[in-house]
Write a protein that binds this ligand. Structure first.
Ligand SMILES: NC(=O)c1ccc[n+]([C@@H]2O[C@H](COP(=O)([O-])OP(=O)(O)OC[C@H]3O[C@@H](n4cnc5c(N)ncnc54)[C@H](OP(=O)(O)O)[C@@H]3O)[C@@H](O)[C@H]2O)c1
Length: 329
């Protein structure tokens, strides 16, 4: 048996490419006393991984050159001498981009398969969903009848955030990078409108789709969309600043006009999901109910084959995905 591993081989400049990674095959490690061996079923690829590939100081340690690229997986325990885990258990791991992971079991979380497809723990029933929930409700504080704009609306975080805003009775407008995505956002997800920020005039489209201004902007992207939204924010608007993906591969440049925040006395507040893990049980209770009732729809965008993980990740950064992108190992 071989352990296919995808190593972080070279730091990227700008957009990552496949030669930032190297695929190697090593023997599958044997569990020693107290250890748990698991086989990867699903890997999550996420925008934050771009940050881990750089040397810039951040809230988490960077990926190490020569080691498997970092990331969360859903895996099945295949051998265990640790009494807490049995073969067949499905666990959430930080094994990164590899076919097998081995450890003493610390940090592994058992997944309850009765909650839904086990891969959901990498998306709607995990940190991704919790991000949407806490940033929208705690910082955005949407009130019935208000207008909420969500960027990267066809992606994992944005699609959930917008649907929660709909549940709260808001007018919800998304932005996304293609007409196909916009059709998904308004059709399947039930947003009131969606702007293709690549082909439409953002200022004109926001004016038309947000006639009463913008009360909450759930920002996943920063850059040009943030700039255009700031021109239309209302008094005491709230902006959960969740991500700035438009800047992850870019050289630093002139930023948006944050002066508009002062004029409107708006709040812009950073959030990190890791500060809110204690809210996961509450979130899961609500989300499971919404999923059951069909109030929240969830789509996965699954790329087949562990070897295709670099391509899946780069495609994510290029906006290929509709819904939560995963790799099926
Ligand atoms: N603060 C936290 O704790 C936390 C936790 C999770 C995620 N996040 C952030 O949330 C955001 C969304 O993450 P996700 O996991 O849900 O990813 P995702 O939205 O499923 O995928 C990323 C999407 O970003 C869009 N994008 C790429 N380049 C862009 C650009 N230059 N301008 C505008 N949009 C661009 C693409 O869609 P388009 O086709 O629409 O461009 C792409 O599909 C990211 O910024 C991520 O870093 C933050």
């Amino acid at each position: 048996m071989e352990n296919t591993q995808i190593l972080f081989a070279k730091r990227p400049e700008g957009m990552p490419s496949e030669d930032n990674f190297e695929i190697v095959r090593n023997p599958v490690p044997e569990p020693k006393e107290g250890e748990v061996l698991r086989r990867t079923l699903f890997l999550s690829v996420d925008p934050y991984m771009r940050g881990r590939m750089s040397t810039q100081k951040s809230y988490a340690e960077g990926a190490k050159l020569g080691e498997p690229m970092v990331g969360q997986t859903v895996a099945e325990v295949v051998a265990s001498t640790n009494p807490r885990f049995q073969p067949g258990d499905i666990v959430l791991t930080s094994d990164g981009w590899q076919a097998y992971g081995l450890s003493d079991g610390k940090g592994l979380r058992k997944i309850d398969p009765s909650m839904g497809p086990v891969s959901y723990s990498l998306g709607v029933l995990g940190m991704v969903g919790l991000t949407s929930y806490v940033a929208l409700l705690d910082i955005g504080k949407p009130k019935e009848g208000e207008t909420v704009v969500v960027s990267a609306a066809a992606g994992a975080v944005g699609s959930i955030a917008g649907q929660i805003a709909k549940i709260k009775g808001c007018r919800v407008v998304g932005t996304a990078g293609s007409d196909e995505k916009c059709a998904y956002v308004t059709g399947e997800l039930g947003f009131d409108a969606c702007i293709n920020y690549k082909t439409q005039d953002l200022n004109a489209a926001l004016k038309e789709s947000c006639p009463n201004g913008i009360d909450v902007y759930f920002d996943n992207v920063g850059g040009a969309v943030l700039d255009a939204v700031l021109r239309r924010i209302n008094l005491h608007a709230r902006i959960p600043l969740v991500g700035l993906i438009s800047q992850y591969n870019a050289k630093p440049g002139p930023g948006p006009n944050l002066g508009a925040l002062i004029v409107s006395r708006a709040l812009i507040q950073g959030m990190l999901v890791f500060d809110h893990t204690d809210r996961l049980p509450e979130y899961l209770r609500e989300m499971l109910q919404w999923l059951r009732e069909g109030k929240v729809r969830y789509r996965e965008d699954i790329v087949e084959g562990l070897e295709n993980t670099p391509r899946a990740f780069i495609g994510l950064l290029n906006g290929e995905n509709i819904g939560k992108r995963l790799v099926k190992a």
